[in-house]
Write a protein that binds this ligand. Structure first.
Ligand SMILES: [Zn+2]
Length: 747
């Protein structure tokens, strides 16, 4: 560990933290010259940031976590041969991490502890890498988590060919993939359970994390086929068809098998020692192919998983994890390098700082992922870098916690994460693109999160596994939800009847496919009856409402690429826009027949259509708005304006907070009721770095009966002026570059 004197001075005290949080000089007028610019000029800034030692509890106060990827086999004598637990742990502890998730095995399938039941990494040569790390962690006060790779196990794949997963086309993944996967319906689980029980019984780590508990393919191995015959008396189907009960049964069975497998692992862990067990759950966001249901979360004490999709995705993931996690904090994971396939290219400092701070403004833990060098040593320079990220976090952590306050919930329905137009595709075709494909519900949910974040409307997430949390919100967004059960529809109906607001787009509230006639289960709430689809490649919404028409200025219509829902408005419902089709069917025109209205585009028909496109309806004490297409799945500014307009038509102030600031700034609000204070988080999620500093004017709804005593900016606890306007307290936040927090103390 090297500490350059100049850098040390810069990072200690007023350095990293205050510069990046945009420290303002005492006059309040002048910003310090080029605040934070030292980080924009990296790699000039060598040196390890000094972070004052502070004892923290596991898991509640452990926010800075590390995982070092060690998927290293042993075919070469040099692999992992230079592993030095003392240097490894002291480097990690010296960089300011509070916990280490240590590999007990890896996708290579080799155990890093002396085992009687598994296969040891031969370059350990009689040593106990895992045990040495546990010992060093105790010496340095690092909390200890074991990492264990399930399903992805190269050793088992090679040693037991009959355990392998079998793709629908019987292709041989070993020809193009490095990680061999074995099937949970083979004898593999017995082997895994024996290893896990030995590990949990012999060491005293505080929690264990299981990676890769999903289906890497749609498995048709003899074990799966036999179990399916035993349970259902039939061959597992091989053609994707969401309208077919056989196909839906097969999908539900795959989900149940994986859930039961994880539950059996958790049970074995807790019978051996009462510690927390948790699983890779980045898959909660994955397509149907990997067959992970939200109910699989029952096996996990914490929601956790790694993501690489940027700010809009990270933000909705953090809110979904808050909704799903059984214990707090949840654990958001992302890598130091651009992604896990890239060993060296490190994210620019501000990008990594911002990404790692997204869980922080959600009062949760960030796990950074690094990778070991083949010989078993660390890149020490990377830990100087990571220490500077950790220094930035350290200053805010003592203030985190509480309940997130929000007005609007985005409904994420895991059972709708498929492509309804893919019926007829073979399972073999589906497995060619396990993680991709068209996913209209997920796209619309992420888009809604972006619109709400940029409009500074306080929002959270509820899921089909956490619908009981809906009562904590005033409004709910149903973003192109592909299907709904009668029980779910009843929950939304009662929510609106009791005064809630509901936004629904496209086919949202459609009955489950294959169960009778296609219809909107919420037709009474939405004020529209489902008829079918209309339009093809392009359709338009034509506003009949004055304010809507002004909102889309200078446009005359709002275009949407894709079909819309054809519906009939019920008596009493207000139609704000109608669906207008193109002048001529976009598919009709060719160079030979000239049947088009414009060569490059498909302009709307000269007169607006008559089918309802946007409908507002009163139901019980509440209101709903329905849009014939999921405009929130588009990124255009005009769609964002219309979305916000429609939401504010059905949802009245006061909002939990209001913010006048750049759309890039994400604002969060937490209530720490026991301490009579509110915590405001502000993160400048600009996509271009270095970020341009921004200021903010914030208004926060004060809990009823409360009187604000003080507003202070974090991390330096600098008191700022505030004023009351109605139920709100207002204050200004001077320019900041990356992150700011504010505490509102009330009595
Ligand atoms: Zn199988």
């Amino acid at each position: 560990m090297t500490i350059d004197r100049r850098t040390f001075n810069k990072l200690a005290g007023l350095g990293a933290v205050h510069a990046l949080s945009g420290k303002v000089s005492s006059s309040g007028q002048q910003r310090e010259p080029s605040a934070g610019s030292e980080f924009a000029s990296l790699p000039a800034s060598h040196g390890t940031a000094r972070i004052p030692p502070r004892a923290v509890e596991w898991p509640a106060q452990t926010y800075r976590r590390l995982l070092v990827d060690m998927h290293v086999p042993d075919w070469d004598d040099r692999l992992l041969a230079r592993f030095d637990a003392a240097d490894y742990v002291s480097t990690i502890a010296g960089a300011g991490f509070q916990s280490l998730m240590q590999y007990a095995n890896s996708h290579a399938g080799l155990c890093l502890w002396p085992t009687k039941v598994g296969q040891m990494h031969r370059n350990m040569k009689g040593r106990d890498y895992f045990g040495e790390v546990m010992e060093e962690c105790r010496r340095h006060g690092l909390h200890r988590v074991a990492y264990y790779s399930l399903v992805f196990d190269d050793w088992a794949y090679q040693a037991h060919p009959d355990w392998r997963v079998v793709s629908p086309d019987y292709s041989e993944p070993q020809r193009h993939e490095r990680a061999g996967a074995v099937c949970i319906n083979s004898p593999y689980p017995e082997h895994a359970l024996a290893c896990i029980q030995e590990l949990v019984g012999n060491y005293d780590f505080q929690s264990i994390f299981f990676d890769m508990t999903f289906w890497p393919t749609i498995c048709y191995c003899p074990h799966c086929v036999a179990r399916y015959w035993k349970e259902h008396g039939a061959e597992p189907p091989r053609v994707v068809d969401w309208k077919s009960p056989q196909w839906r049964t097969f999908q539900k069975t795959r989900e149940r098998w994986m859930r039961e497998f994880t539950l059996s692992i958790t049970k074995a862990v807790k019978q051996t020692r009462p510690i927390e067990a948790y699983y890779q759950f980045g898959t909660f966001f994955a397509p149907w192919t990997v067959a992970v249901s939200l109910e699989q979360n029952e096996a996990s004490d914490f929601a956790a998983g790694d993501f690489y999709g940027g700010a809009a995705q990270f933000s909705i993931v953090c809110k979904a994890y808050r909704s799903l996690t059984r214990k707090r904090p949840f654990e958001f994971q992302t890598s130091r390098t651009l992604n896990l396939n890239d060993f060296e290219t490190t994210k620019p400092f501000e990008q990594l700082a911002l990404e790692s701070l997204i869980p922080t403004i959600h009062s949760s833990a960030c796990m950074l992922i690094d990778a070991i060098k083949p010989d078993g040593t660390l890149n020490h320079r990377a830990y100087e870098y990571l220490s500077q990220i950790n220094a930035l976090h350290d200053a805010f952590e003592p203030y985190l916690g509480g309940e997130m306050l929000a007005d609007v919930a985005i409904y994420f329905d895991k059972n709708s994460v498929y492509d309804p137009d893919a019926n007829g595709m073979t399972a073999a075709e589906a497995t060619k693109n396990m993680w991709g494909g068209k996913l209209p519900h997920r796209d619309a949910a992420v888009g809604a999160a972006r619109f709400l974040r940029e409009a500074h409307i306080p929002f959270g997430v509820v899921t089909n596994a956490s619908l009981d949390q809906l009562s904590g919100y005033r409004a709910v967004i149903l973003p192109s939800v592909l299907e709904m059960t009668a029980e779910q529809a009843d929950i939304f109906r009662e929510f609106v009847r009791n005064g809630g607001s509901l936004y629904a787009s496209g086919v949202s509230s459609m009955s489950v496919a294959g169960e009778g006639e296609e219809r909107f289960l919420l037709a009474d709430v939405l004020g529209v009856r489902y008829i079918g689809k209309t339009g093809g490649r392009t359709a338009y919404l034509s506003g009949t409402d004055r304010e809507l028409f002004e909102t889309i200025w200078p446009q005359e219509n709002l275009g949407f690429r894709g079909p819309m829902v054809k519906a009939q408005a019920q008596p009493g419902a207000a139609v704000l826009a109608t669906v207008t089709l193109p002048f001529v069917d976009p598919e009709a025109g060719t160079a030979l027949n000239s049947r088009f209205a414009q060569i490059w585009s498909d302009p709307p028909a000269p007169h607006a259509g008559s089918d309802p496109g946007i409908v507002i309806n009163n139901f019980g004490k509440g209101k709903s708005v329905w849009v014939a297409a999921p405009l929130e799945s588009r990124a255009d500014a005009v769609d964002a304006r219309v979305f916000e307009l429609l939401l504010k038509r059905i949802l009245q102030p006061p909002f939990k907070f209001e913010a006048d600031t750049d759309p890039a700034v994400e604002v969060t609000l937490f209530h720490q009721e026991d301490r009579h204070r509110l915590l405001v988080g502000m993160l400048n999620l600009q996509t271009q770095v270095p970020a341009i500093p921004v200021a903010a004017a914030i208004r926060v709804l004060v809990p009823s009966g409360g009187k604000v005593r003080k507003v202070s900016l974090l991390p330096e606890q600098k008191a700022v002026e505030f004023s009351h306007s109605g139920s709100y307290v207002s204050f200004n936040v001077p320019e900041f570059k990356l992150v700011r927090m504010a505490l509102v103390d009330y009595a």
